[in-house]
Design a protein around this ligand. Structure first.
Ligand code: HEM
Length: 196
């Protein structure tokens, strides 16, 4: 029996997830060794990504057909909030979507949602390593990493159920989904390599 899209995504992106985890900035993050400036740089890069990808994802009404609301999964306000707490003023512009070298179609929106939603899984594990980054009034700058908080497993389960429905739809090209998710991982590896 052929593999379903959920299995394919996990398997095919695994080597890229490992590479991403092994970038200098991610390893420092995992070991709680990031400086404040490096953490700000990390958040700015993620902000540039969310700034571009979220409006793109939200532009596809097709998600509603499968019972998923992409607007419920946007995290741009959380990353902006953390940058505000850390008093970071200088902006980096949103990512130019062309840099992701991927066709701008529904399959890519699914793929990129997979990468961003998946990152919430590691977020809860990483947040305690960042909880010393605080602003005035001792406000902790981990809103982005903690994102869905105790709802993280439920949000992920709903997303996996969505992938199962996608799997049944012959009109959705599964190869395009895995290719687009790999392209986003490659982009992230490049950006993180340049950041530290
Ligand atoms: C130091 C950096 C990172 C660590 C330590 C980490 C850790 C983890 C862990 C522990 C899981 C599995 C959670 C579970 O199955 O219960 C996971 C899943 C995942 N992470 Fe990361 N992560 C990191 C960075 C990222 C980044 C930056 C992204 C993308 C923006 C990402 C995307 C994903 C995806 C897509 C999954 C889901 C894999 C699947 O089950 O299909 N991760 N991560």
């Amino acid at each position: 029996m052929s593999k379903n899209i959920r299995e394919l995504l996990k398997e095919e992106t695994l080597p890229y997830h490992e590479k991403l985890e092994n970038t200098k900035i991610s390893s420092k993050l995992a070991k709680a060794e990031l400086t404040k400036d490096e953490y700000i740089m990390y958040l700015k890069n993620m902000k540039a990504l969310h700034d571009t990808i979220e409006p793109f994802m939200c532009s596809f009404d097709e998600f509603e057909k499968y019972g998923l609301n992409p607007k419920k999964r946007t995290r741009i306000d959380l990353v902006k909030k953390d940058l505000d707490i850390l008093n970071s003023s200088d902006e980096i512009p949103p990512l130019d979507i062309k840099n992701l070298k991927t066709p701008l179609e529904f399959e890519s929106a699914i793929a990129w949602m997979y990468v961003l939603e998946g990152s919430t899984m590691g977020g809860g594990f990483l947040a305690p390593r960042l909880s010393h980054f605080k602003g005035a009034n001792d406000e902790v700058a981990t809103n982005y990493f903690l994102a869905y908080k105790e709802n993280t497993p439920v949000m992920w389960k709903e997303f996996i159920m969505f992938l199962e429905k996608i799997n049944e739809d012959e009109n959705v090209d599964k190869k395009k989904i895995t290719a687009a998710s790999i392209n986003l991982f490659k982009h992230l590896i490049e950006v993180m390599d340049e950041s530290c």
